[in-house]
Design a protein around this ligand. Structure first.
Ligand SMILES: [Fe+2]
Ligand SMILES: [Fe+2]
Length: 441
């Protein structure tokens, strides 16, 4: 109500002739819109219900008409009913919703999905392919309140797009050696320099031959999951590093060089072990069951590769939750515990245990970085807390389904492993990290 009164009294500054001219000018100046909107060639109407601003209360005006052509804007003016047939898309919301969306540089597609903007005409599928272009339009909308974030963003974008530097961090502000990523980097140099090919596997080769078929079977099973899992995290990480680098976070990027290097060594370790001790796991992919495939064949690569197309905070959050919280923090940690329970008591396969101990140390830094990154995203975007909770809950389901799926084929699990123990362990690891994030899931 206060909002309505304020607009009626002072005028919002939105939707005036001057405002529309400025919007058109901004759209045409936006290199990002020129780029993301280049496949769009159609006029659209933003219908405004419950108009409060005096400029909109004229009888014929139904909203704003934008004529968008291949990344440029030909016209922004008041829309009238006679414009409706020639417009391919008509979106409808009240004035307050439109203003808030523009003020916050929000995501129109998301509001359509949530039902806060109704799609009177046009295809939602088609619009969802224009999500980034639509967000750039909101960014380009002038902000009469004076906080013209568009100007700020435009400057950053120009620097990035031009591939020119304005300065170097080390010669201007200086590297922050006390920052958390740099402290992790120090640890990585101290503890992460182990060499998988130097681990002695002679005892493992001898002991392996003496294990029963069932014992060999479950070790093959778990190793097959780790082989593919480590390969997946190595192959999929790069888009996240690129986003961090593009954000100019040099300390983070320095740490992430060790992160990817360590994942590569984990692939090397399991691969060498497989070749030298097992002589190859026969038909290794038969162990990849449907729930495992959902996470490692679909959700993980999707979450990370989405950053290539849209490096937004929400996508970065989802990528880190999938990668650091679930794949590393819940599934891998539980897998290490399985190896420990099988091998430690009987002093079996010392080379495998040594490699996994080293790997665990590396992973603890990876997970710590993930928590740091998620915390930062949520601090800067408190409105994403709900998304984080939803994502965590869905993925925890996937993780527990994978654990059920692993033990399902065994009437009696070799090494006396207990499925319930692993489920509890996984949930405990997950809950511990979620508590550190201050999220109640
Ligand atoms: Fe790893
Ligand atoms: Fe990792």
């Amino acid at each position: 109500m206060w909002f309505k009164k304020k607009i009626e009294k002072k005028g919002s500054g939105y939707f005036t002739e001057e405002w529309m001219n400025k919007w058109k000018e901004n759209i045409n100046r936006s290199k990002n819109y020129n780029n993301y909107g280049k496949s769009w060639n159609a006029p659209i109407i933003l219908k405004i219900t419950h108009p409060v601003s005096a400029s909109l209360r004229e009888k014929e005006i139904i909203g704003i008409f934008l004529d968008l052509k291949y990344g440029n804007c030909e016209e922004v003016r008041y829309a009238e009913s006679k414009d409706e047939p020639k417009s391919d898309v008509i979106l409808k919301a009240d004035e307050k919703t439109w203003i808030r969306l523009m003020e916050k540089n929000g995501d129109p597609t998301k509001l359509i999905m949530l039902g806060r903007i109704s799609l009177e005409k046009g295809s939602l599928v088609l619009l969802s392919t224009q999500r980034k272009a639509a967000m750039e339009l909101m960014l380009a909308a002038p902000k009469p309140s004076g906080e013209n974030i568009y100007e700020e963003k435009e400057k950053t974008v120009e620097t990035k797009n031009s591939h020119k530097r304005s300065s170097f961090k080390t010669t201007s502000k200086g590297l922050d050696h006390d920052s958390y990523p740099m402290r992790l980097f120090q640890k990585a140099k101290q503890f992460g320099v182990w060499n998988p090919s130097e681990i002695n596997l002679a005892t493992d080769i001898e002991q392996w031959k003496k294990l029963t078929n069932e014992e060999q079977g479950i070790i093959h099973h778990l190793t097959s999951l780790f082989l593919a899992g480590e390969e997946a995290v190595t192959s999929d990480l790069l888009p996240l590093i690129k986003v961090i680098s593009n954000e100019g976070r040099l300390e983070d990027e320095i740490y992430l060089t060790s992160f990817l290097w360590e994942e590569a060594k984990h692939v090397e370790f399991f691969s060498m072990y497989n070749q030298n001790v097992f002589n190859g796991i026969p038909d290794a992919e038969k162990f990849h069951k449907p729930f495992y495939k959902i996470v490692f064949y679909e959700k993980l690569p999707f979450a990370l590769s989405s950053l290539d197309k849209d490096p937004s905070a929400v996508n970065l959050l989802k990528a880190s939750i999938t990668y650091n919280m679930i794949v590393e923090g819940t599934l891998a940690e539980t897998g290490y515990a399985a190896f420990y329970n099988m091998l430690e008591e009987r002093n079996l396969l010392p080379g495998l245990r040594e490699g996994i101990n080293k790997l665990k140390q590396d992973e603890s830094r990876h997970i710590a970085y993930g928590l740091f990154l998620i915390n930062r995203i949520l601090d800067e975007n408190p409105d994403l807390q709900e998304t984080a909770r939803d994502e965590l809950t869905t993925l925890l389901d996937d993780a527990t389904n994978i654990i059920h799926e692993i033990f399902e084929p065994y009437d009696e699990i070799p090494f006396n492993l207990d499925k319930e123990w692993f489920l509890n362990y996984a949930i405990k690891q997950f809950q511990m990290r979620v508590n550190k994030l201050g999220l109640n899931v």
